[in-house]
Design a protein around this ligand. Structure first.
Ligand SMILES: [Zn+2]
Length: 243
């Protein structure tokens, strides 16, 4: 399994970081987690196209996690007509917005594009990847994803509630030791708030993602505190993690 971060920034792009989007590859299958930037140029740069994407999992409706859905759905409607990704959106009214946009720009949203609304619990299983959605308190319809594939477990936290997200939301998601990778946001609180839940149920690896500049120093402090027990990376665009 390989995870490539296309976009690792917080709500605002940084000079070298775009908004949230990650490519998950398991054997021959490819998936996107969040789509806060246009993923198509990144796919094409790597010799892929939207036709290669099996499913898209969006954590919540904020623009830094969804804005890339507009160009993605647009080009899947008029050019990559054989692309058949199953697109999980936190709210189906996103599809209405896409219909309006594509009606103006490219003649309409392709009828055969498949959308599903995310619900809490077991969400997806294609025999290669199993995805469970876990509600966070970031917004009304916001989710983390626990992904199981090839005998491994990877958590994407999505966004959590400011202030006590790590102690409340994160502690609920990670209830057993040894998940293989936790991809944890740090746009809404000091990273040191992860310390207690990380110590309660340490993952094998930690990747701090979606971190804002104001919490960067705390991210570095968390990394130096939990290592070497929990090897920790700060995500940057283009970072690849193999599990
Ligand atoms: Zn958000």
């Amino acid at each position: 399994m390989k995870i490539t971060f296309f976009g690792s920034s917080h709500g605002v792009p940084e000079p070298n970081r775009s908004c949230s989007c990650a490519l998950l590859e398991v054997s021959e299958r490819k998936y996107l987690i969040d789509i806060g930037m246009d993923p198509v140029p990144e796919l094409i740069r790597r010799g892929m196209t939207p036709k290669d994407i099996t499913a898209v999992f969006i954590t919540h409706a904020h623009g830094d996690h969804t804005n890339g859905l507009v160009p993605f759905a647009d080009i899947c409607s008029w050019y990559f007509k054989e692309a058949d990704p199953l697109i999980f959106v936190p709210e189906l009214r996103i599809v209405d917005a896409l219909k309006s946009w594509t009606k103006i720009t490219c003649g309409g949203l392709r009828e055969s594009l498949r959308f599903r609304e995310v619900h809490e619990g077991a969400l997806y299983d294609d025999g290669t990847v199993q995805v469970t959605a876990l509600a966070t308190r970031h917004t009304e319809n916001a989710y983390a994803y626990m992904i199981r594939a090839e005998g491994k477990r990877v958590l994407f936290t999505g966004d959590m509630k400011g202030g006590d997200g790590p102690t409340a939301d994160f502690a609920r998601f990670v209830t057993e030791d040894g998940i293989d990778l936790a991809v944890a946001e740090c746009a809404h609180f000091d990273a040191m708030q992860y310390l207690e839940p990380l110590r309660a149920h340490p993952p094998k690896r930690l990747c701090i993602n979606h971190y804002s500049r104001r919490y960067l120093e705390s991210c570095c402090r968390l990394k130096s505190t939990v290592e070497p027990d929990i090897p920790t990376l700060l995500a940057t665009d283009g970072l690849e993690i193999r599990l």
